[in-house]
Write a protein that binds this ligand. Sequence first.
Ligand SMILES: O=P(O)(O)OC[C@H]1O[C@H](OP(=O)(O)OP(=O)(O)O)[C@H](O)[C@@H]1O
Length: 161
Amino acid sequence: MKGCVLFFADLVRAIEPVPRGLTMDFIRASSYGSGTESTGDVKLKTDLKKEKVAGRHVILIEDIVDTALTITTVARHLTEECGAASVATATLLDKHERRLLAYRPEYVGFVCPNEFVIGYGLDFDEEYRSLPYIGVLKPECYAHLGIAAASPDGSGESGDE
Ligand SMILES: O=P(O)(O)OC[C@H]1O[C@H](OP(=O)(O)OP(=O)(O)O)[C@H](O)[C@@H]1O
């Protein structure tokens, strides 16, 4: 939820004409600890009422789809537990090279290279979310965690060290 809040705010204000019947809600889903890799254990926290979702068409707004563990978990929750009529995803960034689960978002802003990106909502250990742009985190910022730099070819080896 925190990652998408800036994109969400800009996106909904750009929809013309103002849609009738559009309602908004939030699900907090988190699987990243203090590192750059998903823990794979996606936890959902929400007070979304099933009756507000049942039978409705839902568009999930994401800042980034990476492994797709998060979006798959949220989409499954909305369909299987809340009874949504349909679920589509609009993501600002699609880092499809790193998919662990097959998932194709219906709406994609930009394809994202396999770099650790921060800003405009995206964080590293909760920092940098407020940057008004998206940037690539320098590997030296997370080298102390023993994490290999991301690389555009997905090998985990950085070519510019
Ligand atoms: O496709 P995935 O590998 O699951 O990664 C994408 C998710 O990771 C980030 O959330 P994060 O868990 O860091 O929580 P946040 O929104 O609080 O930053 C991002 O906002 C997506 O929801």
